[in-house]
Write a protein that binds this ligand. Structure first.
Ligand SMILES: Nc1ncnc2c1ncn2[C@@H]1O[C@H](COP(=O)(O)OP(=O)(O)OP(=O)(O)O)[C@@H](O)[C@H]1O
Length: 243
């Protein structure tokens, strides 16, 4: 495996992503170069359809670039076989999707525990950690409830807790708070900030939600699949006009 010389947790260089659907070629991302530093909270913003989910999927190692290089923790990911890529994702990355899916026959706590049980790393304290994360997201009273007994905001917070339970180095969240009221958004962002401080967790958040942009240390703006400005130049709240 090829390692890069930089200290970034994630680095993209000259990345493009194209999708072919029949005869139609969609060029979703153009020539993206950026670095995600360990322990930062980075927001990626931009209007709908301009590539936020596509970029989040690349950074979360769910999807490979069509062209260009992506290093994760010093490893050149294009040289990784699918199994190695999956293992890296399972061990190091927590993912929060726009559309959250829970196992219907498991309680909120069991759903949150699941990734920790599946990756076999210290499963003994999984229940305790799951309950703690749920409590920090305002769901202490819901730990034993099934997903069908929860509302959309509560289910979304269970999905967020599930992404954090393996104590990942990187959390990639795609519109994590779109179904949440302001109080719940505050709880989620308080927890993200606390994990950043306490554990040095890195967050990449694709969002149009100003409430999250306010809490991000750095905001990168996508426009028609291109990053606007050099990363070092992009000011906080660059997306104010777009949300
Ligand atoms: N699997 C795919 N196949 C074909 N086209 C795709 C695929 N995924 C994304 N696209 C296209 O790539 C472009 C960027 O989409 P993407 O979902 O990344 O944007 P977005 O900014 O996240 O939008 P939203 O905020 O609505 O989720 C769009 O034109 C979309 O239709």
């Amino acid at each position: 495996m090829v390692a890069n010389a930089h200290s970034a947790l994630v680095e993209l260089s000259g990345v493009h992503r194209r999708f072919r659907t029949g005869k139609v070629l969609v060029h979703a991302l153009y020539d993206i170069s950026l670095r995600v530093q360990p322990g930062e909270i980075l927001a990626i913003c931009g209007p709908s359809g301009h590539g936020k989910t596509t970029l989040a999927s690349l950074i979360g190692l769910l999807d490979p670039p069509s062209e260009g290089s992506l290093w994760f923790d010093g490893l050149a990911t294009e040289s990784l076989a699918e199994g190695a890529r999956r293992q890296l994702r399972t061990e190091k990355i927590g993912l929060v999707f726009q559309h959250c899916t829970l196992v219907p026959v498991l309680s909120a706590q069991e759903n949150v525990m699941l990734p920790r049980l599946l990756n076999g790393k210290r499963p003994d304290d999984a229940g305790e950690l799951a309950a703690e994360l749920l409590a920090r997201l305002g769901l202490a009273a819901q730990v034993r409830q099934l997903p069908t007994a929860l509302d959309a905001s509560q289910r979304q917070r269970v999905c967020i807790a599930r992404a954090l339970v393996t104590r990942p180095a990187l959390v990639v969240a795609d519109e994590p708070t779109s179904r949440l009221d302001s109080g719940s958004v505050r709880m989620v962002m308080d927890l993200f900030s606390a994990l950043q401080r306490e554990r040095g967790t890195t967050f990449v958040i694709a969002t149009r939600d100003q409430r999250q942009l306010l809490r991000a240390a750095r905001t990168l703006q996508l426009s028609e699949g291109r990053l606007l400005g050099a990363p070092a130049d992009t000011p906080r709240l660059a997306c104010r006009a777009l949300a």
